[in-house]
Ligand binder design. Structure first.
Ligand SMILES: NC(=O)c1ccc[n+]([C@@H]2O[C@H](COP(=O)([O-])OP(=O)(O)OC[C@H]3O[C@@H](n4cnc5c(N)ncnc54)[C@H](OP(=O)(O)O)[C@@H]3O)[C@@H](O)[C@H]2O)c1
Ligand SMILES: *[C@@H]1O[C@H](CO)[C@@H](O)[C@H](O)[C@H]1NC(C)=O
Ligand SMILES: *[C@@H]1O[C@H](CO)[C@@H](O)[C@H](O)[C@H]1NC(C)=O
Length: 317
């Protein structure tokens, strides 16, 4: 139970990756500023979190079941919390999806929105009335650079994160009146099970419905390039969790935080040319025209990332 000086933090999707690391970091805070309700949809997966939490388990960290796609599950979890109090909500739960859209069913695409968009909206809707009443609170959502800049073959995933960006940007204005802050964390590629889960699924799929040329581009051009991006620019979940913890500790948190300074130039393309041509052409050339040179361009990006771009990213000291 959270003591009165402690902030009650609820994190979704804590069975692995960024959510697990963030829950543990907050619970192990040296100043004991937080009581963390670390949630996951399947409690059979709680061993890894319990081990990582160590001494904090059942003290500053409690584990609860929560499926962001279920009204009942969200209500049950909140009812188990002291006074239903959530000072900081972290919407971290999310699923990925890659591949040519011709080979994805409408139902599979809707599932991505059910989790990444409506899941987070369901959580916000559930905690909002109390936050408004108390005139305090912080809603933190794990977005992505793909919430700002679409990436080929990630069409629906990017759209779900764009949706979250639009939702939070709209909500932030109203909530400012109630002293409730809204923040979006925008990591670049992160080396978690997320990518591995996707690659596994992709390995099994035959991509029915997609033409041979598209499938060939996807497998022989996109997948190796994507792997290259993760190994060259990828951050650890711990780095993203630390950046998020820093944002949670801020007195006046901003709306947007990118965590990966190496990736900021790619997003900056979009703002450098509002017509969209610059980013579409650059990504096209990176992927289709430079082929074997892609490796080089990734390293080039590392070199040209000057300080003026890096300033934009939150970096844990
Ligand atoms: N990895 C990246 O490159 C990257 C980059 C930018 C942003 N992000 C975002 O970061 C967040 C965390 O991802 P991650 O990289 O840490 O991947 P991860 O290790 O796969 O973690 C995703 C978490 O979300 C949970 N989840 C999925 N559906 C859920 C549901 N209906 N209810 C509750 N929890 C659910 C998963 O639980 P199960 O174990 O039960 O599936 C898992 O704990 C996501 O929002 C993702 O979009 C990731
Ligand atoms: C923590 O609390 C849970 C549920 O109350 C309990 O099942 C578990 O044994 C406790 N673990 C430790 C290490 O105290
Ligand atoms: C949130 O925003 C309000 C109004 O801008 C501010 O006064 C408050 O202290 C902020 N901080 C947190 C952590 O909620």
């Amino acid at each position: 139970m959270a003591s009165d000086e402690q902030k009650a933090v609820l994190v979704t999707g804590c069975s692995s990756g960024i959510g697990l690391r963030l829950a543990v970091l907050l619970a192990q805070d040296a100043k004991k500023r937080y009581h963390v309700t670390a949630t996951m949809r399947d409690l059979r997966k709680k061993d890894k979190l319990e081990q990582a939490a160590g001494d904090a388990l059942n003290k500053t960290l409690s584990i609860q079941r929560l499926d962001v796609c279920s009204d009942e599950s969200v209500a049950e979890c909140l009812n188990n919390m002291k006074d239903r109090r959530v000072d900081v909500l972290v919407n971290n739960a999310g699923v990925g999806q890659i591949g040519p859209i011709e080979s994805l069913s409408m139902q599979d695409m809707q599932k991505v929105f059910e989790t990444n968009f409506f899941g987070a909206v369901r959580m916000i809707k559930a905690v909002l009335p109390d936050m408004k009443k108390r005139k305090s609170g912080h809603i933190v959502t794990m977005s992505s650079v793909m919430g700002l800049q679409g990436i080929v073959f990630n069409d629906v995933y990017a759209a779900s994160k764009f949706a979250m960006e639009g939702f939070c940007e709209s909500l932030a204005v109203q909530l400012l009146k109630f002293n409730v802050n809204v923040s979006l964390i925008e990591p670049g590629p992160v080396n978690t099970e997320f990518e591995m889960k996707l690659m596994e699924e992709v390995g099994k799929s035959q991509f029915p419905g997609a033409d041979a040329e598209t499938v060939r581009y996807f497998k022989e051009v996109y997948l190796p390039a994507s792997h290259e991006i993760f190994t060259t620019l990828g951050q650890s979940p711990d780095t993203v969790a630390k950046a998020t913890m820093q944002v949670i500790g801020m007195r006046l948190p901003r709306l947007r935080y990118q965590t990966n300074a190496l990736y900021t130039p790619l997003v900056a393309l979009k703002y450098a040319d509002e017509s969209g041509s610059l980013s579409v052409r650059t990504f096209y050339n990176l992927l289709f025209n430079f082929g074997p040179l892609f490796h080089l361009s990734m390293n080039l990006i590392k070199c040209i990332t000057c300080n003026c771009f890096r300033r934009g990213a939150v970096s844990p000291s």
